[in-house]
Design a protein around this ligand. Structure first.
Ligand code: F6R
Length: 608
């Protein structure tokens, strides 16, 4: 999604703004721009495409000025061209925006009637024109005009605004989309996240929901939505330590796939005591023992992690689970129970639908827990209890290590829930803890198959469509495999419960259709293998992902196989995720697509 940088600096800021924007690239975008104020005058450069295009423009036509804002835009209203790129400017202000202004059409009509002209198709420009109206027609000060405009706009957004004629003034607002203030030495910064601010300062203040701020080089004023002056704590961010290089890998996605043994181990260390072989949960108001139902919700890959955990909560803890994607759950009339809990899964902690579903569940009296990767995120702040996942920053748009860390955290939580509910005894807890402790090593072994998987991917890259099938805990993994492939290789793929094949999708099978069969040698193995043979009998190309026993007993006629180490069957998705991710990765590199920033996708989806 869009990224915002604002700098009140000591010398020309355009190069620093570009540096900050590069750190926001991972969020996904399709145009970029910078505006600066120099001796009271505004100038701006905007370019469709990657930041490199903006840099090329700035080389030919540099921008001076020690105050500026910059933006990476992920198009929502209007095509990704120069006119729609931010910053948007009027004769009085320049502004960048992340999110959506829901009532922009109504405001735009109102302003056109008042004689204001619009140059872009964006919802953003309406905010710039509205502030201009309050400055000019109502003769308000910059601060009054900004607050008046904020009171009129509806939606979820973050904003940064420059005022023409003001060399020492930068304003920002946060409603629904994150925004952080960075304090330097006689300098001030605004950014969409602490990573973007990391090269400049580690002194970071996060705005709360509804807050807006007025910054000069030496002062920070923060106001809540009502306009009352408020204080927000300054934190020392560790984002600088965590950042961000490819560590010798061609892509962040490859680096992040290979980090999994380590980050899964880190996540386990937050929950497991290897000496006693027990699981412990963070303290908080989430009482699994008395809970009558758990509602789980998330989007995309995080939803598939939640769906796998449904199998764990049900079979280990005997806990009824309701699960839905957040964009549906938030609008359904869910009959929440009085003693229910709701669990939200999100890497970024900023996904608009997940946050809205969380608020809906809270409004219905549910206790709220969240599995999140970014501890300062909106979802983390609004949850009653956070179940941490120590994935570290995930830069590749396609989620990999966050997925397996979400699964790891959820497995630990489900085991603890099972103990709290008296559904497993101490011996079973110890057995499961031992199995979990083996997972990082098993993932590391699986990652050694890269070269063989790359070979297979060369064939997959020729396909137009691909099917993934699995049963039980591996059914959601089949859907995750299909999502990974389509996201980064642009090949159409679907994930199905293997038993559903003959209820429709089997009609698709022909010699050109690879079918990827996820089938560890577990209680459902034979059933899945029968489905695989139905595929092969119709000329389909079956790729089996299984363990030694599974590959050995699968019979003849396989197109290819990938052998994964034997793992406790319920935990298989954490280990089998690795070949699934590598298959998508190598298919995409074979096709030469933009692996880390696939077309049309954003890392953090802060609009509905
Ligand atoms: C897919 C992917 C997305 C995210 C989804 C939720 O590779 O990354 O499907 O999983 O947008 O994002 P978070 O986890 O940040 O809420």
């Amino acid at each position: 999604m869009c990224g915002i940088i604002g700098i009140l600096g000591k010398s020309d800021v355009a190069p620093l703004i570009v540096q900050g924007l590069k750190r926001l690239e991972y969020r996904g975008y399709d145009s970029a721009g910078v505006a600066t104020i120099s001796k009271g005058n505004l100038d701006r450069r905007r370019a469709p495409g990657k930041i490199a295009a903006l840099e090329a423009l700035l080389e030919v036509r540099p921008l001076s000025g020690a105050l500026g804002i910059g933006h990476t835009r992920w198009a929502t209203h209007g095509a990704a061209n120069e006119t729609n790129a931010h910053p948007h400017a009027t004769r009085r202000v320049a502004l960048v925006h992340n999110g959506i202004i829901e009532n922009f059409a109504e405001l735009r009509r109102e302003l056109i009637d008042k004689g204001y002209n619009f140059e872009s198709e964006t919802d953003t420009e309406v905010v710039a024109q509205l502030i201009t109206y309050y400055l000019e027609a109502e003769n308000m000060s910059a601060k009054e005009a900004f607050h008046a405009a904020l009171k009129r706009v509806r939606g979820a957004f973050a904003l940064a605004v420059l005022f023409i004629g003001e060399d020492d003034l930068l304003m920002g607002a946060r409603r629904g989309s994150p925004l952080a203030i960075g304090r330097g030495d006689g300098e001030m910064f605004l950014g969409s996240d602490a990573y973007a601010l990391a090269p400049f300062t580690n002194r970071v203040t996060y705005l709360d929901e509804g807050d807006w701020t007025v910054l000069t080089r030496h002062s920070i004023e923060i106001f809540d939505a009502s306009g009352a002056r408020v204080k927000r704590p300054e934190t020392i961010s560790s984002a600088a330590d965590q950042m961000v290089d490819k560590d010798g890998h061609r892509h962040f996605m490859s680096k992040e796939i290979h980090e999994q043994p380590e980050v899964i181990a880190h996540t386990l260390s937050r929950y497991l005591d290897p000496a006693t072989e027990t699981v412990g949960l963070p303290k908080g108001a989430f009482d699994f023992a008395s809970m009558d139902r758990l509602t789980i919700s998330a989007c995309g890959t995080a939803y598939y992690a939640g769906l796998i955990s449904k199998y764990w909560f049900e079979s280990w803890a005997g806990l009824p689970v309701e699960i839905d994607v957040a964009s549906e759950l938030r609008y359904r009339n869910v009959p929440y129970t009085k003693g229910g809990g709701a669990l939200f899964v999100s890497q970024s902690g900023e996904t608009a639908d997940t946050l809205a579903a969380l608020r809906e569940a809270r409004a219905h009296g549910q206790k709220i827990a969240a599995v999140v990767n970014v501890p300062e995120s909106s979802i983390a702040r609004e949850a009653d209890v956070i179940f941490p996942m120590a994935a570290g920053p995930e830069i590749g748009v396609a989620s990999t290590k966050a997925f397996t860390c979400q699964l790891t955290a959820l497995a630990c939580v489900a085991i603890a829930a099972a103990r709290a509910r008296g559904r497993i005894d101490e011996a079973e807890e110890r057995r499961l803890v031992r199995a979990l402790l083996e997972v990082p090593r098993l993932v590391a072994e699986t990652l050694k198959h890269g070269a063989a998987i790359e070979e297979i991917a060369r064939e997959i890259a020729k396909a137009r469509d691909v099917l993934y099938i699995g049963r039980g805990v591996n059914f959601p993994l089949a859907m995750e495999g299909a999502l990974k492939l389509k996201e980064i290789s642009y090949i159409h793929a679907e994930g199905y419960a293997a038993g559903e094949l003959k209820h429709g999708p089997i009609a698709l099978i022909d010699k050109a259709l690879p079918v990827i069969v996820i089938a560890p040698h577990d209680a459902l193995y034979e059933k899945t293998i029968s489905n695989m043979h139905e595929v092969m009998a119709r000329g389909g190309k079956a790729l089996l992902i299984s363990d030694h026993e599974g590959v050995k007993t699968a019979g003849d006629g396989l197109w290819a196989s990938i052998e994964v180490p034997t793992v406790e069957p319920m935990l298989a998705p954490i280990v089998y995720a690795a070949p699934i991710q590598m298959l998508a990765y190598y298919t995409a590199t074979t096709k030469g697509t933009d692996v880390d920033q696939p077309r049309n996708l954003a890392k953090s989806v802060t609009v509905e």
